[in-house]
Ligand binder design. Structure first.
Ligand code: NAD
Ligand code: TDX
Length: 370
């Protein structure tokens, strides 16, 4: 049995990781720390909190006194650090929050974990996993090889720059202080519990509500889609068997451009409405409710400033060293993801009320059809 601290455990990947960890290692003590910022939701964790299979703490990774007290009380020897501001468009509107959480928060957590492990003589067997992104490597041209662990850092958005800074801090702590840390840089995740500000849930929900599907620019930008459960498997493998001080890239092997992704979402929804006639009564504004296609809602709008053209990940190192490979191809992962949002309407209605509406006005209000 081990004691694990998961930060950002109420976010999209965090919730999936908590469930994956519980299933894979049921006797471990899981302590989940999350500030419960706008993207957080603990509904799926509530049964685990109620039956005491996890300890949930609402708090900020920048709060050194709180982190110290968590180490004193629970003695975690594993940390999975996921807490972050994670949305590129928000980083363009309000970069400061990204520097606060992603840079200062990572610094505080690293520093406090190092002190605690040093005092407890635990540096030799502890592990700190910093969960980062492929966006630190910048953007690829159409013919470039995928990003490898030795690709240069060329972050283009304030989000990517803040994650790059946090990666550098982790690396510096390994080299300077012997911090037992590892870094993963993964591609775009999708799956259950993703906040509706991100491409895939946003498009599903807009289509259900009969709203325009705002594709930035000409929709030719390419992302490498990784199902969140494949990502969680990779995180478990790296934490268990990765080499200290190393970086592992995690990709899905599913490069798709945004035009195709949005088209596939539309086709998947059209099929779901044809299969299940009750959907028309639940979502009467969706074109598929009256026999039309969700594709009619696609609208090309003003591009994201500094929009990275293409991400692709070379996961050879992860597969070769740890035997970990993604198992879910995009078309097979998308269908149940769309179904999850159809089955969890009250979940996304909750997270798309209030402040979310203000964000949609702010981010999409100025974009014009192109
Ligand atoms: P998310 O935005 O859904 O969740 C982030 C969580 O961190 C939220 O629950 C939020 O409340 C919490 N948080 C924010 N600020 C905090 C603070 N100061 N203290 C404590 N908690 C705080 O993000 P996600 O998509 O789950 O991403 C998780 C991690 O994975 C992030 O580090 C992100 O950079 C990285 N990542 C995500 C993707 C992706 O496609 N989603 C891809 C690559 C890397
Ligand atoms: O309304 C939209 N229209 C659109 O065309 C939105 C929200 C996005 N897009 C485009 C921008 C990107 O090319 O879709 C693509 C995906 O966008 P996001 O879902 O915002 O993801 P991205 O910017 O690629 O970043 C994601 O992957 C890397 C995560 O949000 C990051 O946290 C992660 O590090």
């Amino acid at each position: 049995m081990e004691s694990i601290l998961i930060t950002g455990g109420a976010g999209f990947i965090g919730q999936n990781l908590v469930h994956a960890w519980r299933a894979a290692r049921p006797t471990d003590r899981l302590v989940v720390l999350d500030a419960m910022a706008y993207a957080a939701n603990i509904r799926s964790l509530q049964p685990l909190i109620a039956d005491r299979s996890i300890v949930f703490v609402k708090g900020d990774v920048r709060d050194a006194a709180l982190i110290r007290s968590l180490f004193e009380e629970h003695n975690p020897t594993r940390v999975a650090h996921l807490a972050a501001e994670s949305h590129v468009d928000r980083s363009i509107v309000d970069p400061e929050a990204f520097l606060q959480t992603n840079v200062l928060g990572t610094f505080t957590l690293l520093n406090t974990a190092l002190d605690a492990w040093r005092s407890a003589g635990a540096l030799g067997h502890a592990r700190f996993l910093h969960v980062s992104t492929d966006e630190v490597y910048g953007s690829l041209g159409p013919a470039d090889p995928p990003f490898s662990e030795s690709s240069p850092y060329r972050p283009n958005s304030p989000y990517a720059a803040s994650k790059a800074a946090s990666d550098h801090l982790v690396r510096a702590y390994v080299t300077t202080y012997g911090m037992p840390a590892l870094i993963t840089n993964c591609s775009n995740n999708y799956g259950p519990y993703q906040h509706p500000e991100k491409l895939i849930p946003l498009m599903i929900i807009h289509a259900l509500e009969g709203k325009p599907l705002p594709v930035y620019g000409d929709g030719s930008n390419i992302r490498d889609w990784l199902h969140v459960s494949d990502h969680c498997d990779a995180l478990l493998a790296v934490l268990a068997r990765g080499r200290i001080g190393e970086t592992y890239n995690v990709g899905g092997g599913n490069e798709r451009n945004n035009r195709d992704v949005v088209g596939l979402i539309c086709d998947t929804l059209d099929r779901a409405f044809a299969r299940d006639t009750r959907l028309a009564a639940r979502f009467p504004s969706c074109p598929a409710a009256t026999g039309g296609s969700c594709r009619s809602l696609i609208s090309y709008v003003t591009d994201r400033p500094g929009h990275d053209h293409r991400y692709a990940i070379d996961s050879t190192k992860l597969a070769g060293e740890l035997g970990n490979r993604p198992g879910i191809d995009f078309e097979h992962g998308l269908e149940p993801t769309v179904q999850w949002y159809l089955d969890h309407e009250s979940w996304w209605r909750d997270v798309t009320s209030g402040a979310y509406k203000a964000w949609i006005d702010k981010n999409y209000g100025f974009r014009i059809a192109v």
